[in-house]
Design a protein. Structure first.
Length: 66
């Protein structure tokens, strides 16, 4: 994905619930500060994997809209 275009389709498919469960379990037992730190680390890892500034900018905009 490049050029600032975000997909509106469900790209996780049947794994969506599994990913959500994995994410929730990763936060299990963490206090607010540790949970926020985990979110930041995950965000930076995924941003590096995407590797395209325009796509990241579009994602930040979409997330900011609610």
């Amino acid at each position: 994905m490049t050029g600032g275009t975000l997909s509106a389709e469900d790209r996780l498919g049947a794994c969506g619930d599994d990913f959500y469960d994995l994410l929730i379990r990763a936060h299990d037992g963490l206090d607010f500060t540790a949970s926020a730190a985990l979110n930041v680390r995950l965000l930076l890892i995924l941003a590096n994997e995407i590797g395209d500034f325009e796509t990241l900018k579009a994602a930040v905009q979409r997330a900011s809209e609610g």
